[in-house]
Design a protein around this ligand. Structure first.
Ligand code: ASP
Length: 336
């Protein structure tokens, strides 16, 4: 595991040591909302001053747009699994995040994307890994869940499947973004630039009591060709079970895999009777932090309680509950 530590991780470790970013738990209302949606756009070195006003506004606007879309769908009775797919697609289409359009580059200068989705009402899931030409990897993950007998398809096979199902296939150049390319150059030059991750995710509780989770990513800058992270691994980066919670993670994927982060949180609730906040904190600010593994999760439980802990300086995040104002936050200092 130690060998996995690249510059990116060293910087996250530095950030963990340098900043005390533990957040106050999200204030919970006692009444169960009709529905709830939580999203993230990645965790990492997201600190005040890193972005100018215009960039800050762009992130806030895009996160707000994603929440508004989800809110309008949940309000009219669309199911959680459809909502998380749509919301993640919207973020995949933005160059701001490390998913779809804005995916980061491998050491070989390519984009290899991972995504997964899980329907907590059926304990059914779909995922794709290492895809290079599918415009919306989360949609491909959904198709794997709905229209194949498998859970996870990778590389060429996943691309052929997507194209056979009529999904939009694009030239790999579509995924070029200035930001992601610059990050790779910095990593290659070993310049100690403080990284942010930028994976996107959504978790939702719908009006029928169903929970669902979706996660999409370009992985980690300068990753080895062929490396697959936690995001397409059910139980690591994504998990949903109507009897406990729905979780989507962002962070150093190798650690999310070995700690089965998303399932771990669900299991702590289900088998140990922990609250969602306790379970999520235990994993993110306990287990992961002790291993110097940077990252965070978003989660919602069957009662509409939400949690968004992270152990990095910041995490792009937001939530909305039926009838309430939406909340969007970027930095660790913005208590929830
Ligand atoms: N978890 C992702 C991965 O390791 C990276 C991220 O969240 O930014 O692939």
């Amino acid at each position: 595991m130690r060998n996995f530590r690249n510059i990116f991780f060293a910087l996250i470790t530095f950030s963990l040591m340098a900043c005390n970013t533990e957040e106050q738990p999200v204030q919970q209302h006692t009444e169960k909302p009709d529905y709830a949606l939580v999203i993230h756009g990645g965790a990492g070195y997201i600190v005040q001053g890193r972005y100018d006003d215009k960039q800050e506004k762009e992130y806030i606007d895009k996160l707000s747009q994603a929440l508004s879309l989800g809110d309008s769908l949940l309000k009219i009775g669309v199911k959680a699994v459809d909502v998380v797919e749509q919301v993640v697609m919207l973020m995949e289409n933005s160059p701001l995040f490390n998913a779809g359009k804005g995916a980061v580059f491998t050491a070989a200068g390519e984009n290899e994307m991972d995504a997964s989705i899980m329907d907590g009402s059926k304990l059914n899931a779909g995922a794709v890994a290492g895809v290079k030409t599918i415009k919306n990897p989360i949609h491909a993950a959904r198709m794997v869940m709905d229209s194949s007998k498998h859970v996870l398809l990778s590389g060429e096979g996943a691309q052929q499947f997507a194209s056979a199902k009529g999904m939009e296939i694009v030239d790999p150049d579509y995924f070029y973004s200035e930001n992601a390319w610059e990050s790779l150059q910095n990593a290659l030059e070993s310049e100690k630039k403080k990284e942010k991750m930028g994976t996107v995710g959504a978790v939702a509780l719908d009006q029928y009591g169903n929970l669902a989770a979706a996660t999409s990513t370009g992985g980690m800058t300068n990753k080895m060709k062929g490396r697959i992270g936690d995001s397409p691994i059910i139980g690591a980066g994504t998990y949903a079970d109507n009897e406990s919670c729905a979780v989507s993670g962002t962070g150093h994927g190798e650690y999310f895999i070995v700690n089965a982060v998303a399932f771990h949180i669900s299991a702590l609730m289900k088998y140990k009777g922990m609250s969602l906040q306790e379970a999520a904190d235990h994993v993110v600010n306990g287990i992961l932090k002790e291993q110097d593994a940077g990252g965070g999760v978003i989660a919602v439980d069957y009662n509409g309680h939400i949690a968004m802990p992270f152990n990095t300086p910041g995490m792009f995040r937001g939530y909305i509950k039926a009838g309430d104002e939406m909340v969007v936050k970027l930095y660790g200092e913005d208590s929830d």
